[in-house]
Design a protein around this ligand. Structure first.
Ligand code: NAD
Ligand code: ZN
Length: 383
């Protein structure tokens, strides 16, 4: 029996290949249940038309969709910066699925393949796309960034070259986590993390925790991670952080800088900032070793008051925007055993309980880290 209540793992997922394909039977093809955001606080489950694939696309049975902070932001605020939810929009972009059908020109995938879905596709013709920096494309169509629909639905059509086949031994839940892990891979590439680096990660949310995993996988010899919340630091310890530091709210920045240097015994040559908080960015700039790199991942206010002097110690500050050709490395990291994303998963919900899942994400009840929603109607958990 399908259990729709929220359950903290461990669980056993019962799926069968045949059951997955039974979802594609003619009778259910009209039923493309989707989680649609109508406005602030107004998330509804409703039927959307079945997608029709183009020649370069695949039709996917959606499987696992993670809730990202940005999804919650759209639910609570109705906007992120210039992106405003003006019309009903399907939510969700951290996802995996199973290929049901392929378009005429698709050669790389076949029905039954399980894939991680990279949610943003560039226009393919602008200078950014042509230069291979498609993530900067001004016409990027990115799932659940208004006005583009996301993929928390039963069926979804997506360009085949943005669907990455999962190795046999990776689960569809791990597949959904390739999205935040790709952000972390991109951050490490921007910082050029290498063997022997000493890395500070500021903030132990899903992005900070995946940055910790990616930095280790790229060879960092020591990683210190900070957060305000003890449960997040405990997760960081479980994931292999060498050092953790609990930041007290309103802690003077000189004290924070001193504590970090004292714990590491050296200045971190790379800092990956994953909070977007002014105080954290100020401390990141000051604590980073002369000649080092600060990567800004966390998004905060448009205007910040930041010290300029670290730049004259040749500390390079680099922002990052999502990912760009990073899914293959993210998958490789997990398939090779260099990164284990499974401990990030704290909660599972059936799609029917999407509103409850978002309420859990919004309130933080039960200390969630990564909440997964299961879109396949045959997804079951048993105790
Ligand atoms: P999250 O809110 O779950 O995690 C942020 C963590 O930072 C929390 O655990 C919080 O307790 C901690 N924190 C807050 N203030 C702190 C402080 N002063 N010192 C130490 N820790 C502190 O968010 P997330 O999903 O992990 O994402 C992190 C950030 O990255 C967000 O700002 C998000 O918008 C951003 N993001 C950016 C990109 C990009 O492309 N640049 C992509 C994805 C996410
Ligand atoms: Zn483009």
């Amino acid at each position: 029996m399908l259990r729709s209540c929220a359950k903290i793992f461990p669980k056993i997922y019962l799926r069968t290949f045949q059951a997955r394909f039974s979802c594609c039977s003619k009778s259910s093809q009209k039923n493309n249940l989707a989680a649609v955001l109508h406005g602030i606080g107004d998330l509804r489950l409703e039927n959307r038309p079945m997608p029709i694939i183009k020649d370069n696309q695949v039709l996917l049975q959606m499987e696992t969709v993670g809730i990202c902070g940005s999804d919650v932001h759209y639910l609570v605020e109705g906007r992120i910066g210039p992106f405003v939810v003006k019309n009903p929009m399907v939510i969700g972009h951290e996802a995996s699925g199973t290929v049901l059908e392929i378009g005429k020109k698709v050669k790389t995938l076949k029905p039954g393949d399980r894939v991680a879905i990279e949610p943003g596709v560039g226009c393919r013709v602008c200078t950014f796309c042509k230069d291979g920096r498609y993530h900067l494309c001004p016409d990027m169509a990115f799932c659940a960034t208004p006005p583009i629909d996301g993929n928390l639905c039963r069926f979804f059509a997506h360009d085949a070259d943005f669907c990455f086949k999962l190795p046999e031994h990776l689960t569809l839940d791990e597949g959904a986590l390739m999205e935040p892990l790709s952000v972390a891979v991109h951050s490490c590439k921007r910082a050029n993390v290498r063997l022997g680096d000493v890395v500070l990660v500021v903030g132990a949310g899903p992005i900070g925790l995946t940055s910790l995993l990616a930095a280790r996988a790229y060879g960092a010899s020591a990683v210190l991670i900070t957060d305000l919340a003890e449960h997040r630091l405990n997760k960081a310890r479980e994931l292999g952080a060498d050092y953790v530091f609990k930041v007290e709210k309103n802690m003077p920045e000189e004290e924070l800088v001193k504590e970090i240097k004292c714990l590491l015994r050296v200045d971190p040559n790379i800092t990956i900032e994953c909070t977007g908080e002014e105080s954290s960015i100020r401390a990141s700039l000051q604590v980073t070793k002369t000649g080092g790199v600060v990567v800004l991942v966390g998004l905060g206010k448009f205007d910040l008051n930041l010290p300029i002097f670290p730049l004259f110690r040749e500390v390079d500050v680099r922002g990052i925007f999502r990912y760009n050709n990073d899914y293959p490395q993210a998958i490789e990291m997990v398939q090779s055993g260099k990164a284990n994303v499974k401990p990030l998963i704290t909660h599972h919900f059936a799609m029917e309980d999407t509103v409850k899942a978002f309420e859990t994400a919004r309130t933080g009840a039960g200390n969630p880290i990564k909440i997964l929603i299961h879109a396949n109607p045959v997804w079951k958990i048993c105790e």
